[in-house]
Design a protein around this ligand. Sequence first.
Ligand code: PHE
Length: 448
Amino acid sequence: MAVSRSGFSSRMGFIMAAAGSAVGLGNIWGFPTQTASNGGAAFVLVYLVLAFCLAYPAFMAELLIGRYGQANAVTSLQKMSKTLWQKRFAFLVGFGGIICAALILSFYGIIAGWMMSYAIEPVLKLASFETGASWVVTHSLTRNLMFTSLFMLATIFIIRHGVENGIEKWSKRLMPLLIVLLVLLSSYVFTLEGASAGLDAYLNPDISSILDPNLLISALGQAFFSLSLGTSVMVIYGSYISKKENLVTLGAQVTLIDVSIAFLAGLLIIPAMYVAQAQGVTIFAEDGSLVSGSSLVFTILPTLFQSMGDVGLFVAFAFFVLMSIAALTSSISMLEGPVSYAVERHNLKRETATTIIGLIILAFSMVIVFNLSFMLDLVAIISTQYGQPIVAMLCCVFVGWIWHRNDVLAEIKEGNSDVEHSVFWKIWPWYTKFVCPTAIAVVFIHSL
Ligand code: PHE
Protein backbone atom coordinates (compact mmCIF):
# COMPACT_ATOMS: atom_id res chain seq x y z
CA MET A 1 0.00 0.00 0.00
CA ALA A 2 1.46 3.34 -1.00
CA VAL A 3 1.33 5.88 1.78
CA SER A 4 0.86 9.44 0.58
CA ARG A 5 3.45 11.54 2.35
CA SER A 6 2.80 14.82 4.01
CA GLY A 7 5.47 17.43 4.59
CA PHE A 8 6.12 20.94 5.81
CA SER A 9 3.76 23.39 4.17
CA SER A 10 6.27 26.23 3.97
CA ARG A 11 9.90 27.22 4.30
CA MET A 12 9.09 28.94 7.61
CA GLY A 13 7.42 25.78 8.83
CA PHE A 14 10.58 23.79 8.18
CA ILE A 15 12.83 26.40 9.80
CA MET A 16 10.70 26.53 12.94
CA ALA A 17 10.44 22.74 13.17
CA ALA A 18 14.13 22.05 12.53
CA ALA A 19 15.20 24.88 14.82
CA GLY A 20 12.65 23.57 17.31
CA SER A 21 14.33 20.19 17.23
CA ALA A 22 17.80 21.68 17.48
CA VAL A 23 17.00 24.19 20.20
CA GLY A 24 16.31 22.30 23.39
CA LEU A 25 17.66 21.53 26.82
CA GLY A 26 20.99 21.12 25.04
CA ASN A 27 21.07 24.83 24.27
CA ILE A 28 19.47 26.34 27.32
CA TRP A 29 20.80 23.95 29.92
CA GLY A 30 23.65 21.98 28.32
CA PHE A 31 25.52 24.78 26.62
CA PRO A 32 25.71 27.20 29.57
CA THR A 33 26.51 24.29 31.90
CA GLN A 34 29.33 23.09 29.67
CA THR A 35 30.56 26.64 29.33
CA ALA A 36 30.61 26.96 33.10
CA SER A 37 32.49 23.72 33.61
CA ASN A 38 34.97 24.26 30.78
CA GLY A 39 36.39 27.61 31.71
CA GLY A 40 33.88 30.06 30.22
CA ALA A 41 34.62 31.99 27.05
CA ALA A 42 37.29 29.62 25.65
CA PHE A 43 34.60 26.96 25.39
CA VAL A 44 32.25 29.37 23.63
CA LEU A 45 34.89 30.13 21.03
CA VAL A 46 35.76 26.48 20.32
CA TYR A 47 32.08 25.60 20.20
CA LEU A 48 31.36 28.24 17.57
CA VAL A 49 34.21 27.01 15.37
CA LEU A 50 33.22 23.34 15.66
CA ALA A 51 29.52 24.03 15.17
CA PHE A 52 30.12 25.73 11.84
CA CYS A 53 33.09 23.69 10.59
CA LEU A 54 32.04 20.18 11.58
CA ALA A 55 28.46 20.04 12.78
CA TYR A 56 27.00 22.13 9.94
CA PRO A 57 28.51 19.97 7.15
CA ALA A 58 27.31 16.80 8.91
CA PHE A 59 23.90 18.40 9.39
CA MET A 60 23.74 19.12 5.64
CA ALA A 61 24.63 15.49 4.91
CA GLU A 62 21.63 14.27 6.93
CA LEU A 63 19.22 16.80 5.42
CA LEU A 64 20.33 15.91 1.89
CA ILE A 65 20.01 12.17 2.52
CA GLY A 66 16.43 12.70 3.67
CA ARG A 67 15.39 15.01 0.89
CA TYR A 68 16.86 12.69 -1.73
CA GLY A 69 15.20 9.61 -0.23
CA GLN A 70 11.85 11.30 0.56
CA ALA A 71 11.37 8.75 3.31
CA ASN A 72 12.34 7.64 6.81
CA ALA A 73 16.03 7.20 7.61
CA VAL A 74 16.32 3.51 6.71
CA THR A 75 14.48 3.75 3.38
CA SER A 76 16.31 6.95 2.43
CA LEU A 77 19.73 5.42 3.03
CA GLN A 78 18.75 2.24 1.22
CA LYS A 79 17.65 4.24 -1.83
CA MET A 80 21.22 5.38 -2.36
CA SER A 81 22.69 1.90 -1.83
CA LYS A 82 23.39 -0.32 -4.81
CA THR A 83 24.72 -3.61 -3.48
CA LEU A 84 23.28 -5.95 -0.87
CA TRP A 85 25.92 -5.16 1.72
CA GLN A 86 25.36 -1.45 1.18
CA LYS A 87 21.65 -1.96 1.82
CA ARG A 88 22.42 -3.86 5.02
CA PHE A 89 24.81 -1.17 6.11
CA ALA A 90 22.09 1.41 5.33
CA PHE A 91 19.70 -0.47 7.57
CA LEU A 92 22.23 -0.53 10.37
CA VAL A 93 22.96 3.19 10.17
CA GLY A 94 19.33 4.26 9.73
CA PHE A 95 17.95 1.98 12.40
CA GLY A 96 20.86 2.84 14.70
CA GLY A 97 19.84 6.49 14.46
CA ILE A 98 16.22 5.65 15.21
CA ILE A 99 17.18 3.66 18.33
CA CYS A 100 19.44 6.51 19.35
CA ALA A 101 16.53 8.98 19.10
CA ALA A 102 14.32 6.68 21.18
CA LEU A 103 17.00 6.29 23.86
CA ILE A 104 17.58 10.02 24.03
CA LEU A 105 13.86 10.62 24.37
CA SER A 106 13.66 8.13 27.25
CA PHE A 107 15.98 10.19 29.47
CA TYR A 108 15.19 13.60 27.98
CA GLY A 109 11.54 13.13 28.97
CA ILE A 110 12.54 12.72 32.62
CA ILE A 111 14.57 15.94 32.71
CA ALA A 112 11.86 17.77 30.78
CA GLY A 113 9.38 16.51 33.38
CA TRP A 114 11.46 18.19 36.09
CA MET A 115 11.36 21.43 34.12
CA MET A 116 7.58 21.20 34.04
CA SER A 117 7.37 20.51 37.75
CA TYR A 118 9.56 23.54 38.48
CA ALA A 119 7.31 25.64 36.24
CA ILE A 120 4.27 24.63 38.24
CA GLU A 121 5.85 25.43 41.61
CA PRO A 122 5.49 29.24 41.40
CA VAL A 123 1.88 28.84 40.28
CA LEU A 124 1.10 26.70 43.33
CA LYS A 125 2.89 29.21 45.55
CA LEU A 126 0.85 32.06 44.15
CA ALA A 127 -2.26 30.02 44.89
CA SER A 128 -0.92 29.66 48.48
CA PHE A 129 -0.74 25.90 48.05
CA GLU A 130 2.56 25.54 49.88
CA THR A 131 2.54 21.77 50.45
CA GLY A 132 1.93 21.13 46.76
CA ALA A 133 4.59 23.67 45.82
CA SER A 134 7.26 21.96 47.86
CA TRP A 135 6.14 18.49 46.70
CA VAL A 136 6.63 19.29 43.02
CA VAL A 137 10.23 20.36 43.54
CA THR A 138 11.21 17.55 45.90
CA HIS A 139 12.69 14.42 44.34
CA SER A 140 10.31 11.52 44.70
CA LEU A 141 9.38 8.49 42.68
CA THR A 142 5.76 9.56 42.32
CA ARG A 143 6.69 13.08 41.26
CA ASN A 144 9.14 11.78 38.65
CA LEU A 145 6.72 9.20 37.28
CA MET A 146 3.93 11.73 37.10
CA PHE A 147 5.79 14.50 35.31
CA THR A 148 7.66 12.21 32.94
CA SER A 149 4.30 10.75 31.89
CA LEU A 150 2.77 14.19 31.50
CA PHE A 151 5.57 15.34 29.26
CA MET A 152 5.54 12.16 27.17
CA LEU A 153 1.77 12.40 26.70
CA ALA A 154 2.17 15.97 25.40
CA THR A 155 4.80 14.71 22.95
CA ILE A 156 2.55 11.85 21.80
CA PHE A 157 -0.39 14.23 21.42
CA ILE A 158 1.51 16.49 19.00
CA ILE A 159 3.06 13.68 16.93
CA ARG A 160 -0.31 11.96 16.50
CA HIS A 161 -1.43 15.05 14.59
CA GLY A 162 1.22 14.55 11.91
CA VAL A 163 3.77 16.79 10.25
CA GLU A 164 1.79 19.86 9.27
CA ASN A 165 -0.88 19.91 11.98
CA GLY A 166 1.38 18.62 14.71
CA ILE A 167 5.09 19.34 14.37
CA GLU A 168 4.85 22.41 12.16
CA LYS A 169 1.87 24.04 13.85
CA TRP A 170 3.26 23.66 17.36
CA SER A 171 6.81 24.63 16.44
CA LYS A 172 5.49 27.81 14.84
CA ARG A 173 3.57 28.64 18.00
CA LEU A 174 6.20 27.70 20.55
CA MET A 175 9.49 28.84 18.98
CA PRO A 176 8.69 32.58 18.81
CA LEU A 177 7.44 32.41 22.40
CA LEU A 178 10.70 30.79 23.44
CA ILE A 179 12.79 33.51 21.80
CA VAL A 180 10.72 36.31 23.35
CA LEU A 181 10.99 34.74 26.82
CA LEU A 182 14.73 34.27 26.46
CA VAL A 183 15.33 37.87 25.41
CA LEU A 184 13.10 39.27 28.17
CA LEU A 185 14.72 37.15 30.85
CA SER A 186 18.30 37.95 29.87
CA SER A 187 17.53 41.69 29.57
CA TYR A 188 16.11 41.54 33.09
CA VAL A 189 19.15 39.70 34.48
CA PHE A 190 21.46 42.32 32.95
CA THR A 191 19.91 45.00 35.15
CA LEU A 192 20.85 43.14 38.35
CA GLU A 193 23.98 43.57 40.44
CA GLY A 194 26.77 41.14 39.56
CA ALA A 195 25.68 40.55 35.96
CA SER A 196 28.64 42.36 34.45
CA ALA A 197 31.16 40.06 36.18
CA GLY A 198 29.23 37.17 34.63
CA LEU A 199 29.39 38.76 31.19
CA ASP A 200 33.11 39.11 31.57
CA ALA A 201 33.56 35.43 32.45
CA TYR A 202 31.36 34.50 29.50
CA LEU A 203 32.94 36.68 26.87
CA ASN A 204 36.64 36.99 27.74
CA PRO A 205 38.38 33.78 26.65
CA ASP A 206 41.38 32.32 28.42
CA ILE A 207 43.21 31.44 25.19
CA SER A 208 45.56 28.97 26.90
CA SER A 209 42.76 26.44 27.50
CA ILE A 210 41.50 26.39 23.90
CA LEU A 211 43.42 23.28 22.86
CA ASP A 212 42.58 21.32 25.98
CA PRO A 213 41.40 17.91 24.64
CA ASN A 214 38.56 17.69 27.17
CA LEU A 215 37.30 21.04 26.08
CA LEU A 216 37.41 19.99 22.42
CA ILE A 217 35.52 16.77 23.08
CA SER A 218 32.86 18.46 25.17
CA ALA A 219 32.41 21.18 22.56
CA LEU A 220 32.07 18.70 19.69
CA GLY A 221 29.64 16.49 21.63
CA GLN A 222 27.63 19.55 22.55
CA ALA A 223 27.50 20.75 18.92
CA PHE A 224 26.32 17.34 17.67
CA PHE A 225 23.72 16.98 20.38
CA SER A 226 22.49 20.47 19.76
CA LEU A 227 21.97 19.96 16.03
CA SER A 228 20.23 16.64 16.77
CA LEU A 229 22.77 14.77 14.60
CA GLY A 230 23.12 11.00 14.40
CA THR A 231 19.53 10.35 15.42
CA SER A 232 17.69 10.11 12.08
CA VAL A 233 15.79 13.25 13.06
CA MET A 234 17.32 15.55 10.48
CA VAL A 235 17.02 12.86 7.80
CA ILE A 236 13.28 12.65 8.34
CA TYR A 237 12.87 16.43 8.61
CA GLY A 238 14.90 16.77 5.40
CA SER A 239 12.51 14.35 3.71
CA TYR A 240 9.59 16.66 4.50
CA ILE A 241 11.09 19.65 2.64
CA SER A 242 10.03 20.43 -0.88
CA LYS A 243 12.54 19.93 -3.70
CA LYS A 244 12.00 23.59 -4.60
CA GLU A 245 13.73 24.84 -1.49
CA ASN A 246 17.37 25.83 -1.28
CA LEU A 247 18.62 23.37 1.30
CA VAL A 248 22.09 24.86 1.66
CA THR A 249 20.68 28.18 2.85
CA LEU A 250 17.94 26.60 4.96
CA GLY A 251 20.50 24.41 6.74
CA ALA A 252 22.72 27.40 7.41
CA GLN A 253 19.79 29.38 8.78
CA VAL A 254 18.82 26.62 11.19
CA THR A 255 22.44 26.23 12.35
CA LEU A 256 22.64 29.96 12.91
CA ILE A 257 19.41 30.02 14.94
CA ASP A 258 20.59 27.05 17.00
CA VAL A 259 23.98 28.57 17.77
CA SER A 260 22.52 32.01 18.47
CA ILE A 261 20.01 30.64 20.93
CA ALA A 262 22.69 28.68 22.76
CA PHE A 263 24.76 31.86 22.89
CA LEU A 264 21.77 33.84 24.15
CA ALA A 265 21.04 31.22 26.80
CA GLY A 266 24.64 31.61 27.98
CA LEU A 267 24.06 35.37 28.19
CA LEU A 268 21.19 34.61 30.53
CA ILE A 269 22.59 31.80 32.69
CA ILE A 270 26.21 32.77 33.28
CA PRO A 271 25.41 36.36 34.36
CA ALA A 272 22.51 34.96 36.43
CA MET A 273 25.02 32.81 38.34
CA TYR A 274 27.12 35.84 39.18
CA VAL A 275 24.00 37.73 40.22
CA ALA A 276 23.28 34.84 42.56
CA GLN A 277 26.81 35.13 43.89
CA ALA A 278 26.32 38.84 44.57
CA GLN A 279 23.36 37.75 46.67
CA GLY A 280 25.39 35.35 48.74
CA VAL A 281 24.88 32.06 46.87
CA THR A 282 27.98 29.88 46.40
CA ILE A 283 28.59 29.40 42.70
CA PHE A 284 32.09 27.97 42.77
CA ALA A 285 32.89 24.37 43.66
CA GLU A 286 35.77 23.57 46.00
CA ASP A 287 38.27 23.23 43.15
CA GLY A 288 37.50 26.77 42.03
CA SER A 289 35.41 25.80 39.00
CA LEU A 290 31.92 27.14 38.42
CA VAL A 291 29.12 24.93 39.71
CA SER A 292 27.46 23.16 36.81
CA GLY A 293 25.25 20.17 36.12
CA SER A 294 21.81 19.87 37.58
CA SER A 295 22.64 21.95 40.65
CA LEU A 296 22.98 24.97 38.38
CA VAL A 297 19.45 24.87 37.05
CA PHE A 298 17.70 23.23 39.97
CA THR A 299 19.50 24.87 42.91
CA ILE A 300 21.33 28.07 42.06
CA LEU A 301 18.76 29.59 39.75
CA PRO A 302 15.77 28.84 42.02
CA THR A 303 17.71 30.41 44.94
CA LEU A 304 18.24 33.46 42.79
CA PHE A 305 14.55 33.62 41.87
CA GLN A 306 13.58 33.29 45.52
CA SER A 307 15.76 36.20 46.52
CA MET A 308 13.82 38.41 44.11
CA GLY A 309 10.66 38.23 46.20
CA ASP A 310 7.34 38.22 44.38
CA VAL A 311 8.83 39.16 41.01
CA GLY A 312 10.93 36.03 41.39
CA LEU A 313 7.80 33.88 41.15
CA PHE A 314 7.05 35.25 37.71
CA VAL A 315 10.66 35.03 36.59
CA ALA A 316 10.89 31.43 37.78
CA PHE A 317 7.66 30.59 35.99
CA ALA A 318 8.86 32.19 32.74
CA PHE A 319 12.23 30.45 32.95
CA PHE A 320 10.91 26.94 33.50
CA VAL A 321 8.14 27.37 30.95
CA LEU A 322 10.89 28.36 28.52
CA MET A 323 12.77 25.17 29.37
CA SER A 324 9.67 23.03 28.97
CA ILE A 325 8.82 24.53 25.57
CA ALA A 326 12.36 24.06 24.31
CA ALA A 327 12.25 20.45 25.44
CA LEU A 328 8.89 19.78 23.81
CA THR A 329 9.83 21.02 20.34
CA SER A 330 12.87 18.70 20.57
CA SER A 331 11.11 15.66 21.99
CA ILE A 332 8.54 15.66 19.18
CA SER A 333 11.35 15.37 16.66
CA MET A 334 12.84 12.42 18.56
CA LEU A 335 9.51 10.59 18.44
CA GLU A 336 9.01 11.38 14.74
CA GLY A 337 12.10 9.31 13.79
CA PRO A 338 10.75 5.95 15.02
CA VAL A 339 7.12 6.80 14.15
CA SER A 340 7.88 7.63 10.51
CA TYR A 341 9.77 4.35 10.25
CA ALA A 342 6.87 2.32 11.62
CA VAL A 343 4.35 4.12 9.42
CA GLU A 344 6.30 3.83 6.20
CA ARG A 345 7.88 0.41 6.61
CA HIS A 346 5.18 -1.45 8.49
CA ASN A 347 2.08 0.29 7.17
CA LEU A 348 0.86 1.24 10.63
CA LYS A 349 -1.53 4.14 10.99
CA ARG A 350 0.23 7.24 12.33
CA GLU A 351 -2.01 7.46 15.40
CA THR A 352 -1.47 3.81 16.28
CA ALA A 353 2.28 3.92 15.66
CA THR A 354 2.67 7.09 17.73
CA THR A 355 0.75 5.75 20.68
CA ILE A 356 2.48 2.36 20.70
CA ILE A 357 6.02 3.71 20.27
CA GLY A 358 5.42 6.62 22.64
CA LEU A 359 4.17 4.28 25.34
CA ILE A 360 7.08 1.85 24.88
CA ILE A 361 9.52 4.72 25.29
CA LEU A 362 7.58 5.96 28.31
CA ALA A 363 7.76 2.47 29.84
CA PHE A 364 11.52 2.52 29.38
CA SER A 365 11.67 5.98 30.96
CA MET A 366 9.90 4.53 33.97
CA VAL A 367 12.52 1.80 34.26
CA ILE A 368 15.10 4.60 34.31
CA VAL A 369 13.10 6.52 36.93
CA PHE A 370 13.11 3.45 39.18
CA ASN A 371 16.91 3.18 38.81
CA LEU A 372 17.64 6.84 38.45
CA SER A 373 21.03 7.04 40.07
CA PHE A 374 22.76 4.67 37.73
CA MET A 375 20.59 4.47 34.63
CA LEU A 376 20.05 8.14 33.81
CA ASP A 377 23.71 8.86 33.19
CA LEU A 378 24.27 5.49 31.56
CA VAL A 379 21.54 5.90 28.95
CA ALA A 380 22.60 9.50 28.31
CA ILE A 381 26.22 8.49 27.78
CA ILE A 382 25.43 5.52 25.53
CA SER A 383 23.09 7.51 23.31
CA THR A 384 24.80 10.89 23.14
CA GLN A 385 28.51 10.18 23.59
CA TYR A 386 28.64 6.92 21.62
CA GLY A 387 25.52 6.56 19.51
CA GLN A 388 25.25 10.05 18.06
CA PRO A 389 28.86 10.54 16.91
CA ILE A 390 29.04 7.02 15.42
CA VAL A 391 25.79 7.32 13.45
CA ALA A 392 26.60 10.89 12.35
CA MET A 393 30.02 9.76 11.16
CA LEU A 394 28.52 6.83 9.24
CA CYS A 395 26.04 9.21 7.55
CA CYS A 396 29.01 11.24 6.29
CA VAL A 397 30.66 8.02 5.12
CA PHE A 398 27.47 7.20 3.24
CA VAL A 399 27.33 10.53 1.49
CA GLY A 400 31.05 10.57 0.72
CA TRP A 401 31.68 6.95 -0.25
CA ILE A 402 28.45 5.19 -1.15
CA TRP A 403 26.07 7.74 -2.59
CA HIS A 404 26.88 8.30 -6.24
CA ARG A 405 28.69 11.62 -6.59
CA ASN A 406 26.52 12.82 -9.50
CA ASP A 407 23.40 12.12 -7.48
CA VAL A 408 24.79 14.06 -4.52
CA LEU A 409 25.53 17.05 -6.73
CA ALA A 410 22.12 16.82 -8.42
CA GLU A 411 20.41 16.83 -5.02
CA ILE A 412 22.37 19.90 -3.88
CA LYS A 413 21.30 21.63 -7.07
CA GLU A 414 17.58 21.06 -6.47
CA GLY A 415 16.04 24.43 -5.64
CA ASN A 416 19.46 26.02 -5.90
CA SER A 417 20.54 26.28 -9.53
CA ASP A 418 23.33 28.83 -8.92
CA VAL A 419 25.02 26.67 -6.32
CA GLU A 420 27.85 25.70 -8.71
CA HIS A 421 29.56 29.02 -8.10
CA SER A 422 29.47 28.73 -4.34
CA VAL A 423 32.14 27.73 -1.86
CA PHE A 424 29.76 25.08 -0.53
CA TRP A 425 29.69 23.31 -3.91
CA LYS A 426 33.44 23.33 -4.24
CA ILE A 427 34.31 22.25 -0.71
CA TRP A 428 31.46 20.35 0.88
CA PRO A 429 31.50 17.03 -1.07
CA TRP A 430 35.21 16.60 -0.49
CA TYR A 431 34.94 17.82 3.07
CA THR A 432 32.17 15.34 3.93
CA LYS A 433 34.11 12.53 2.33
CA PHE A 434 37.40 13.03 4.15
CA VAL A 435 37.42 15.72 6.82
CA CYS A 436 34.13 15.09 8.67
CA PRO A 437 34.46 11.34 9.21
CA THR A 438 38.13 11.62 10.16
CA ALA A 439 37.60 14.52 12.55
CA ILE A 440 34.62 12.86 14.22
CA ALA A 441 36.52 9.57 14.53
CA VAL A 442 39.59 11.28 15.98
CA VAL A 443 37.61 13.15 18.60
CA PHE A 444 35.57 10.05 19.36
CA ILE A 445 38.56 7.76 19.82
CA HIS A 446 40.20 10.40 21.91
CA SER A 447 37.20 10.55 24.20
CA LEU A 448 37.50 6.81 24.91
N1 PHE B 1 18.98 19.17 19.93
C1 PHE B 1 18.22 18.93 21.10
C2 PHE B 1 18.72 19.84 22.23
O1 PHE B 1 19.58 20.63 22.05
C3 PHE B 1 18.28 17.52 21.54
C4 PHE B 1 18.03 16.50 20.50
C5 PHE B 1 18.94 15.48 20.33
C6 PHE B 1 16.89 16.55 19.71
C7 PHE B 1 18.73 14.51 19.39
C8 PHE B 1 16.67 15.55 18.76
C9 PHE B 1 17.58 14.54 18.60
O2 PHE B 1 18.24 19.74 23.32
